[in-house]
Design a protein around this ligand. Structure first.
Ligand SMILES: *[C@@H]1O[C@H](CO)[C@@H](O)[C@H](O)[C@H]1NC(C)=O
Length: 464
């Protein structure tokens, strides 16, 4: 009996041990091939980013590319590797898109892409039920593929796949994470009503907390995300025990240099929305807000007011969502006032930012979207979703009208009346708000600020 027990416990360990040994042996050949192809010396250290949707062109991708550009500039002897599932893209097409979408120039000499074939493992459509756990296990599968293709010296997950961290650490690789949005958090749980689901969520959060604790360096994209990640890390039964890494806020950068140049005057009656066509962004609310606005003030229609929705469409699901939105606009009779601009190149987006008066963000629990920062830097007056209280990011900055940088709203009707407020400001007030918003955004979200915070996060401990 005892023999069986010992065997049962030793067997998995030895399997893991052999897998690791095998991977290590294979990895040196793979590494040599990659370094040779780039004519880099064999001693080159490799820092890997796990970002399966690196070609999506969203806010998360800007963080990725800004970080890589920074590392390339300050540590020219490191090789950056990106694990991505964009198998239809090539290295040069990705670099071109980074240039045109973000105007970030990357050096091909110290950048390498590892293309993953099994990205379907992390797509939400793969798991109609138990999506959270499905995607999380799927991400481990995808990370296994990644590591079987290339073993780096340090690893960072920049897309929220925390469950890959334990696996990476198992191979003895230092790991970190940049968290844009907690996979699950206590407030999400408090919205869950059914008992069985509650158990599922709590179990999941326990696992999530365990996984996140494997990160040696932990960055979060806002104070809002920090609050929630802190709560996850302190999730009972851990409390504050064990010396764990504290998450640090590293605000993403926004291209404030270009946006600052846009003129503040002579803005058109354009209400702008910038968000990927994902369900949580709640584009439908924007169409409904427009409808409510036109109901209350039909004169806007004759004045040619437009709701322009700019957004990335990653796949068929996103396209289907756009179709649903078109239908909604038609049903509400506002289709003449709605314009969709899909996968716009960067200069086009900038041009819209230079023309619009007002910008909308309807995402629940986002609190402080990077699109809001872009609006502000560009001098577009933001109207953001106020999910339960004022956004921490600008609490002190927008208490009254004297310091107002934008507005909050919740329901379509509230959004409509805030749009009306913003469009009927006196010229002096209008200019003052735009100027204040710009100053605030530029100070905090410049590339230099991002780089300083990234450096202070201690990322280099992972590799140097
Ligand atoms: C943080 O990331 C989330 C998820 O992508 C995003 O919705 C939000 O806009 C980001 N916040 C900031 C300040 O970039």
């Amino acid at each position: 009996m005892a023999n069986i027990i010992i065997l049962l416990s030793v067997l998995p360990l030895s399997v893991i041990f052999f897998c690791i040994t095998y991977l290590r042996a294979r990895s040196s050949q793979q590494r040599k091939a990659v370094l040779d192809s780039l004519s880099l010396p064999p001693s080159t250290k490799v820092f890997a980013f796990f970002h399966p949707y690196c070609n999506a062109g969203g806010g998360g991708e800007r963080v990725l590319w800004t970080a890589i550009a920074y590392i390339q500039r300050t540590h020219p002897h490191l090789l950056c590797v990106v694990y991505t599932g964009d198998t239809l893209a090539t290295k040069s097409s990705i670099l071109e898109k980074v240039q045109s979408r973000f105007s970030i120039t990357l050096s091909p000499a110290t950048l390498h892409f590892v293309f993953l074939k099994r990205r379907i493992l992390v797509e939400d459509s793969t798991y109609p039920h138990f999506t959270l756990i499905g995607q999380s296990l799927g991400s481990v599968g995808l990370a296994i593929e990644a590591l079987s293709l290339f073993v780096p010296d340090a690893y960072i997950d920049t897309m929220g796949y925390a469950f890959t961290l334990p696996l990476v650490r198992l191979l003895g690789i230092p790991a970190g994470a940049y968290v844009h949005y907690p996979t699950v958090s206590p407030p999400m749980i408090s919205r869950v009503a059914r008992k069985a689901k509650l158990v599922y969520y709590h179990a999941f959060m326990l696992l999530y907390a365990l996984a996140l604790r494997r990160a040696r360096v932990l960055m979060v994209n806002s104070s809002w995300t920090k609050k929630h990640v802190d709560a996850v890390l302190a999730y009972p039964p851990f409390g504050g025990r064990w010396g764990i890494v504290r998450p640090r806020v590293v605000y993403p950068s926004c291209d404030t240099r270009e946006m600052e140049r846009l003129t503040l005057e002579g803005r058109e009656r354009i209400v702008l929305s910038i968000a990927q066509f994902r369900p949580e962004k709640d584009h439908a609310k924007q169409v409904r807000a427009l409808h409510a606005l036109l109901q209350a003030h039909p004169e806007y229609a004759t004045q040619g007011l437009q709701l322009v929705m700019i957004g990335g469409c990653r796949n068929a699901d996103d396209e289907a969502r756009v179709e649903v939105l078109r239908d909604l606009a038609r049903d509400l009779g506002v289709e003449a006032q709605v314009q969709f601009v899909l996968n716009a190149p960067y200069p086009d987006m900038l041009a819209w930012l230079g023309r619009a008066s007002v910008g909308l963000n309807t995402m629940l629990d986002e609190h402080f979207g990077i699109n809001v920062v872009e609006f502000m830097a560009a001098g577009v007056i933001p109207i953001a979703h106020a999910s339960g209280g004022p956004p921490r990011g600008h609490r002190r900055r927008v208490p009254g009208s004297a310091h107002r940088c934008g507005y909050h709203a919740k329901t379509p009707e509230e959004f409509a009346s805030r749009i009306h407020d913003a469009l009927t400001l006196s010229p002096e007030e209008d200019l003052a708000i735009r100027q204040r918003a710009r100053t605030w955004a530029v100070q905090r979200f410049s590339e230099a600020e991002f780089e300083a915070a990234w450096e202070a996060s201690g990322w280099s401990q992972l590799i140097l």
